[in-house]
Design a protein around this ligand. Structure first.
Ligand SMILES: *Cc1c(COP(=O)(O)O)cnc(C)c1O
Length: 423
């Protein structure tokens, strides 16, 4: 193999159509941020949109709902039009609302309709814990026992899932399927289209948690016929810590009444009639609950404007070549030091790479002290996410050189191999 050098890598930066977006983000000097899959960075445009919304509050008080620069009353719908492009849905199939876990509760409360002999929810054993807690409580709310009614597909290697195993578990007693698009540890991208087809052959509604794919890769939720989906916007979408999330409901389900109703799911014309009969909006907007959180919605205005210009297709193309370069460099500099446990195939890989090592916790501490911000997942996974909008190819090269030095000098041995409270 031809050696990859800093010079060859800098050529990639020169030919990068997204290179100029890096300047739009608040980046620290002498630091390379590779943790955009946990918390995306602040862009200057997102910062400005927060200031704009604050200013409308300052200047207009209550009139900001209809009269601000971005009228608050319809902002969740306005932004949903742009977010719909990222998930491949019609504008009214998406709404900006809630958080991942709250939206999951809302959608499972809506789509899980157990009947005699059809009472189970199918998920997987590698999914994010919050999703499992939510499913357990939704089963309990229906008077069902999560120990028997929640089925978690097993992983053969503890890191990835086989679609065939998931499909084999789509049995007659399953009333609902919930899966991640991209697994949060190994970064495996599931075949959403195939899983949806197989679920529908068996008349089972299927939904996806898109936390690790939204803003990292394109989706075609409408075309694939996915019933519902939800996500947070604070990872690859860069909408800030605890930023408002999103959900998608296929238009075939607009007649469903939200499992958890609230007045912001009302038809907008009649909402302020204050009638006690719920008149739900016939769109994804009908699944909103209460007053939208404007200050944590505001960053999305700037952030989604960036995605509109950059396009998710170009983001995906660059993301794949960044992660490919990262793997090639690790192979070149540190062969056999780490086990690369994310899928190697472009069609199976999300936006991050996952390295397995027994000293992962303290390697991450050493990286941080050397200006590289990685992400640790207990007990032994280092996740590295070079983000197309603000990481360059040279960032990837430099980060690998630093990691390589840490490993050669065993610098990580200075640290305790234990995770921090937040990891
Ligand atoms: C980040 C993440 C969450 C977080 O849920 P919140 O309700 O936003 O705290 C849930 N599920 C997955 C798969 C995630 O990656």
């Amino acid at each position: 193999m031809i050696e990859i050098t800093r010079e060859t890598v800098s050529l990639l930066d020169q030919n990068d159509p997204l290179a100029s977006f890096k300047e739009e983000f608040h980046l620290k000097t002498n630091s390379i941020y590779l943790d955009g899959n946990s918390l995306g960075l602040l862009s200057k445009r997102a910062e400005q949109s927060v200031l704009d919304v604050l200013n409308d509050w300052k200047e207009q008080g209550i009139d900001g709902w209809m009269g601000g620069k971005y009228p608050w009353f319809t902002l969740s719908e306005q932004l949903a039009e742009k977010l719909a492009v990222l998930v491949g849905a019609k504008p009214n199939e998406v709404i900006v609302t809630g958080s991942t876990t709250v939206n999951l509760h809302q959608l499972v409360a809506t789509f899980f309709e157990p009947k005699p002999g059809k009472t189970k929810i199918l998920a997987d054993e590698l999914t994010f814990p919050s999703d499992i807690y939510a499913l357990q409580s939704q089963l309990k709310l229906k008077g069902l026992n999560p120990e028997t009614e929640l089925i978690q597909v097993r992983s053969q290697n503890g890191l990835t899932l086989e679609e065939d195993d998931i499909i084999a578990a789509m049995t007659e007693d399953v009333a609902l399927i919930l899966l991640p698009s991209v697994l949060y540890r190994s970064g495996q991208l599931l075949n959403i289209e195939r899983l949806t087809q197989e679920a529908h052959k068996r008349n089972i509604p299927i939904g996806f948690d898109l936390c690790h794919s939204i803003g990292a890769l394109p989706h075609e939720l409408s075309k694939w016929g996915v019933d519902f989906a939800f996500w947070c916007n604070y990872k690859y979408v860069n909408a800030g810590p605890g930023g408002v999330g999103g959900l998608y409901v296929n238009q075939n389900h607009f007649s469903k009444t939200a499992g958890l109703s609230g007045w912001f799911g009302s038809n907008k014309e009649s909402q302020f009639d204050m009638d006690h009969t719920f008149d739900g909006e016939q769109s994804a907007g009908g699944f909103q609950i209460g007053t939208p959180h404007m200050l944590s919605t505001a960053p999305l205005i700037g952030s989604l404007a960036i995605f509109e210009e950059a396009t998710i297709e170009k983001v995906r193309t660059k993301s794949l070549s960044l992660t490919r370069l990262l793997m090639d460099l690790i192979n070149q500099e540190m062969k056999d030091v780490f086990q690369v446990v994310n899928p190697l195939d472009d069609k199976r890989r999300g936006g991050h790479i996952a390295l397995m090592h027994n000293d992962a916790a303290r390697i991450c501490k050493a990286l941080k002290d050397n200006g590289i911000v990685p992400d640790f997942r207990s007990p032994n996974i280092i996740r590295l996410a070079p983000v197309a909008l603000y990481n360059s190819y040279t960032d990837v090269y430099d980060a690998v050189q630093i990691l390589s030095k840490i490993m050669k000098d065993k610098e990580y041995e200075k640290y305790e191999n234990k995770r921090e409270v937040i990891a």
